[in-house]
Design a protein. Structure first.
Length: 411
């Protein structure tokens, strides 16, 4: 706990998440796969049901009352996201399907405009596939080069190398704020400042940051910032892309269709202004509404309080798991979010995952969509326990006991 953070009422919070009380394989569920997706509080579930029960209509097009109402709540959701990210202007917030689509949007618009043959895109060795593949596709199309900042043995970004790899050829940097596999928290503000000193814009993948810590896009000075609703206690199929206004004005549309236009003739289309210009077709209205409720929910608890509590959980779990014979934690950065990836000598991660599932404990096993990172550590995959603020020390104890049991059976 820091001086500013307050303890949070975990039992009351857990009651807000109906799924947490279910049983799996005859045991009370222990849900430790929050990095893949988080559970949803009742307020989010209710908001979605309320939309469909009371004011379901298409938005921005109808003059009738339901459409007006739905449009208003959808746009209020955008304002909630703006406030949450500290963006200066609500138009800088684009709703997408998720982090993956947000990154693809930037690669397909800004990337296509600015990356030419011989140029470079700088990413890091700890990126999720969704922050690798879109850039790789762009580089292939443009005959440009994907350059990768390495990580050290603790899973920390080699910031010394980062500075060296920023060059006159670098047209954009794309890096994660928090690694989904290692938990490493990158010093994005300092890295962005370094890139900006060379006039290079930066996209931050915030998929694993927004659920766990306060983010202010203006403070870190990000040019693009992406995150997903479903990892942030909101619905699936909704995500966000923040784009700095001065860049936004220069971007072409991402997809063509209805909703993004001012006028269409067969000769020429005049596009709507951002953000609608980037939201072709009927958007995920229920998703935006649910996401705003999720952000309200975490703000009511307070992200500083969440961050402090999750740090305690991380410390406790790290000590507990480290005491298990043969267990090695992959990712021991000084600055870490509440994610613990590990391997156990002589046992395949998949078998550990299955043995834990039999005990009602949900963890993720495999490469976590970070195959190059697995290669860096010369392992096929890990077991990953990823925590949220509704997890408890008792659940950590159950994980540790479950692992000890699994080792006895499988070793
Ligand atoms: N980036 C990171 C760091 C992630 O953890 C994930 C999801 N595992 C993604 C991007 C992709 O997010 P989504 O599948 O919601 O588009």
């Amino acid at each position: 706990m820091t001086a500013e953070s307050k303890p949070i009422d975990i039992p009351a919070i857990r009651r807000d998440f109906p799924l947490l009380s279910r049983e799996v394989n005859g045991r009370q569920l222990v849900y430790l796969d929050n990095g893949a997706t988080s559970q949803k509080p009742q307020t989010v579930i209710d908001a979605i049901a309320d939309y469909y029960s009371r004011y379901n209509a298409n938005i921005h097009r109808g003059v009738h009352a339901l459409s007006q109402e739905a449009s208003q709540v959808y746009e209020e959701a955008r304002a909630t996201v703006q406030k949450h990210l500290g963006a200066g202007n609500v138009n800088e917030i684009i709703f997408t399907r998720g982090t993956t689509e947000s990154i693809n949007l930037v690669a397909a618009t800004y990337g296509r405009m600015h990356v030419q043959a011989g140029d470079e895109v700088l990413i890091t060795a700890m990126e999720h596939h969704s922050n690798i593949v879109p850039w790789q596709m762009l580089c292939e199309e443009k005959n440009a080069k994907l350059v990768v900042v390495p990580v050290n043995d603790a899973g920390e970004l080699r910031t010394d190398e980062f500075g060296k790899l920023l060059s006159a050829k670098t047209k954009i940097v794309a890096l994660t704020q928090v690694s989904n596999t290692l938990g490493t928290v990158n010093p994005v503000k300092a890295l962005i400042a370094q890139a900006h000193a060379k006039n290079i814009p930066v996209l931050v993948d915030g998929a694993q940051a927004v659920p766990h810590m306060a983010v202010d896009v203006r403070d870190i000075d990000a040019d693009f910032y992406a995150f997903s609703g479903h990892k942030t206690f909101g619905p699936t199929g909704i995500g966000v892309l923040y784009v700095r206004e001065s860049i936004l004005e220069t971007l072409p549309p991402y997809q063509g269709g209805g909703g993004i236009i001012k006028t269409v003739t067969f000769e020429k289309t005049e596009y709507a202004d951002a953000p609608l210009k980037f939201e072709a077709g009927t958007p995920n209205i229920e998703g935006a509404i649910g996401l705003a409720k999720a952000l309200d929910y975490i703000n009511a608890i307070g992200l500083d309080n969440i961050h402090a509590y999750e740090n305690q959980l991380l410390e406790y779990a790290t000590a507990k798991l480290s005491a298990i014979a043969g267990l090695r934690i992959i990712g021991t950065a000084k600055e870490k979010a509440a994610v613990i990836s590990f391997v156990i000598e002589g046992i395949h991660p998949f078998d550990i995952g299955m043995a834990l599932d039999a005990q009602g404990i949900a963890v993720r096993t495999g490469h976590h969509c970070t195959q190059p990172l697995m290669d860096r550590f010369s392992i096929p995959g890990t077991v990953r326990a990823s925590f949220a603020f509704y997890n408890t020390k008792e659940e950590v104890d159950l994980l540790a006991a479950g692992l000890t049991k699994a080792v006895k059976i499988l070793a």
